[in-house]
Design a protein around this ligand. Structure first.
Ligand code: ADP
Length: 156
């Protein structure tokens, strides 16, 4: 079974994340969207809220699962028997960062392959950070987050 973990904070999930996951569906038997929980980090949305949104977006996709984990991503991959770690790349700086992490991960756990997928140009400037800024500034994020969660966001 080809199982991939797509790790991230997803605070909140954006159409950029959704694009990467949907384009990866044909490559894997199962993709686990895994929310990394870092106790040092402050999030805008609760883990429950972020999980619920991702579940809503992918409810009609049987090979997509949502979960959360603490600690190193590669340890989580090993724990659940995933051989692939999926990440999205928007820019050269994303690439440099992901390359470093992928090399580190490979030196710790050579059995897990990092798969990097490029975002299309129209999504390359979308990030959860920007979406959070817009939300805090009371702006409209409906162009950047999946339509399934726009309404639920508006009531928060
Ligand atoms: P992290 O805090 O680990 O960076 P994110 O939730 O911000 O978590 O991102 C998770 C993954 O999704 C990362 O690989 C990131 O590069 C990718 N990603 C984020 N936004 C986009 C986008 N607009 N297009 C493609 N990939 C993206």
């Amino acid at each position: 079974m080809k199982i991939a973990v797509f790790p991230g904070s997803f605070d909140p999930i954006t159409i950029g994340h959704v694009d990467i996951v949907k384009r990866s569906i044909p490559l894997f038997d199962k993709i686990i969207i895994a929310i990394g929980v870092n106790t040092q980090k402050k999030y805008l949305f609760s883990l429950e809220q972020r999980t619920q949104w991702i579940k809503e977006v992918f409810k009609n996709y049987p090979t997509i699962e949502v979960s959360s984990y603490m600690g190193l991503t590669i340890n989580y991959c090993k724990e659940i028997g995933a051989d692939y770690l999926l990440r999205g790349i928007r820019s050269a700086s994303d690439f440099e960062y992901e390359k470093t992490i992928a090399h580190l991960n490979h030196s710790m756990e050579s059995g897990i392959e990092t798969i990097l997928m490029l975002s299309p140009p129209e999504y390359s400037s979308i990030s959860s950070t920007i979406v959070r800024e817009i939300i805090l500034g009371k702006g409209d994020v409906s162009k950047f987050v999946p339509k399934e969660i726009v309404e639920s966001m508006a009531v928060i």
